[in-house]
Write a protein that binds this ligand. Structure first.
Ligand code: HEC
Ligand code: HEC
Length: 405
């Protein structure tokens, strides 16, 4: 008994000795690439199209609305039912709902959502408030109509009062007569709250900042497997060509060969991704280029961008490049939730069938043929982009702090 325990202790000692902190010999280009993935949290960005952003009354109202089932036609569904705060603002299901013209899709996290340029896997909306209006009206989600939802808000004293306060109106003032303005106001309050949801710092951020300071000792605390995986990520595997910057996304769309055919069991057909998203965006009134911009749309480069978008064949089968923070809390993966684990995602890139890439112009990706050790390293690195399980209670930083935008 004692002997066995001593043996274990010795074995642990040896393991500790071989795992002594060590820093790989990262070159200047590698260090520059690594530093580009920080610092975290990023400086706040504010949406000039949404006057409610940053207003504490609107943030508080938006947070309440997010949990309020009255926003759904049957009174049973709240935003938080799919974007569950305790599981990284997603729902652990493969797919949640299929909107018109789209296949069934995985519920994306809302962490750091305000940093995005386009919303939804196909980019069907160009603002956080427009993205928050869609679920209110989508069948299979909240399934409301604009007039019915506006009447519900007018008839519920707490909702009407919350709406008024969020907009800075005096108590007792009538809500606007235009139903669409009332509903867009709800969406803008929801957005004001979601804009405060920032993911916490991770082991990668500590490593990155240690490198930036030249603190070798602190940097060497970062696991060696993660260092090797990071070297692959910014180097040979070219992941960081698309997964760029502090959020690990270029905010645009690409095709990585995830099938766009929808299995018969899930309704069949295809999900054309960016193609369907762009078509929906171009057909919608609820965009930055539409009538609900709170600022000067002519001076908003993003409104101009929306107007100038044109459909190209390569959009068919492209999906938005997701950010990679807090991945450990948001399984399953891909737009259709078809990868249950990070190991599966890494295997996909490793064994990529280049002939399957349907969009042209995707010359970045190639089959990596990773060894089992390399695949494990890449996964180990991806895991350091999340807070460890249990400690990662993501919360909104709605109280004034450096992380509130
Ligand atoms: C039935 C589940 C469900 C409900 C309820 C729901 N969502 Fe979603 N949400 C999704 C799915 C699925 C997507 C991806 C849709 C797509 O790709 O077009 C999404 C996308 C989003 C996005 C875009 C995120 C991104 O990364 O681009 C935002 C913002 C959002 N939802 C906010 C809300 C708000 C606010 C509510 C409540 C008004 C809500 N959602 C209700 C499932 C849901
Ligand atoms: C050409 C751009 C591009 C490159 C290069 C790229 N990715 Fe991706 N990545 C994407 C897109 C687009 C998706 C979403 C695809 C989908 O859901 O259909 C994605 C999804 C992911 C996901 C799933 C995230 C989620 O929440 O579902 C992970 C993890 C990931 N990539 C890691 C990597 C790694 C590791 C590499 C390098 C081996 C890499 N990516 C290279 C564009 C890229």
């Amino acid at each position: 008994m004692r002997r066995a325990a001593l043996g274990l202790l010795l074995a642990a000692g040896v393991a500790a000795a071989t795992a002594a902190p060590r820093l790989l010999d990262f070159g200047p280009d590698e260090i520059a690439a690594i530093l580009s993935h920080g610092p975290w949290p990023p400086p706040p960005v504010r949406d000039p199209a949404n006057a409610l952003e940053g207003r504490p009354e609107a943030v508080a109202f938006g947070r309440r609305l997010f949990h309020d089932r009255r926003l759904s036609a049957d009174g049973r569904v709240a935003c938080a039912g799919c974007h569950v705060p305790a599981t990284g603002f997603s729902d652990r299901r493969a797919t949640a709902s299929a909107r018109r013209g789209e296949g069934p899709r995985n519920t994306p996290t809302l962490l750091d959502v305000a940093q995005q340029r386009w919303f939804g896997w196909g980019g069907a909306t160009d603002s956080l408030w427009a993205a928050s209006m869609v679920p209110l009206l989508a069948t299979g989600e909240m399934a409301h109509t604009v007039p019915a939802l506006a009447s519900r808000v007018r008839a519920a004293p707490d909702l009407a009062a919350g709406w008024r306060r969020a907009h800075g109106g005096p108590p007792g003032q009538e809500l606007p007569a235009d139903d669409e303005v009332v509903v867009v106001g709800l969406a803008k309050a929801l957005a004001a709250w979601q804009a405060t949801i920032v993911s916490p710092r991770t082991p990668f951020d500590d490593f990155r900042d240690a490198l930036a300071r030249g603190d070798v000792k602190a940097a060497a605390q970062y696991p060696l497997a993660a260092q090797r995986g990071l070297r692959l990520f910014v180097g040979e595997a070219r992941c960081s060509v698309c997964h760029v910057g502090p959020r690990f996304s270029n905010g645009e769309f690409a095709d990585v060969g995830v099938p766009f055919f929808v299995p018969a069991a899930k309704g069949g057909g295809v999900d054309s991704g960016r193609h369907a998203g762009l078509r929906a965006l171009q057909a919608s009134r609820i965009t930055r280029a539409g009538p609900h911009h709170d600022g000067d749309a002519a001076a908003d480069p993003r409104a101009l961008l929306t107007r100038q978008l044109t459909m190209e064949p390569r959009h068919f089968g492209e999906f938005r490049v997701p950010g990679l923070r807090q991945l450990g809390h948001t399984a399953p993966y891909w737009h259709d939730g078809s990868a249950a684990t990070l190991a599966e995602v890494v295997r996909h890139y490793s064994l990529l069938d280049e002939d399957r890439l349907h969009a042209d112009g995707e010359r970045i990706l190639r089959r990596l043929n990773l060894s089992p050790g390399q695949a494990a390293d890449l996964e180990a690195f991806l895991r350091t982009l999340s807070t460890p399980a249990g400690s990662g209670r993501q919360r909104s930083t709605a109280s004034p702090s450096t992380q509130t935008r």
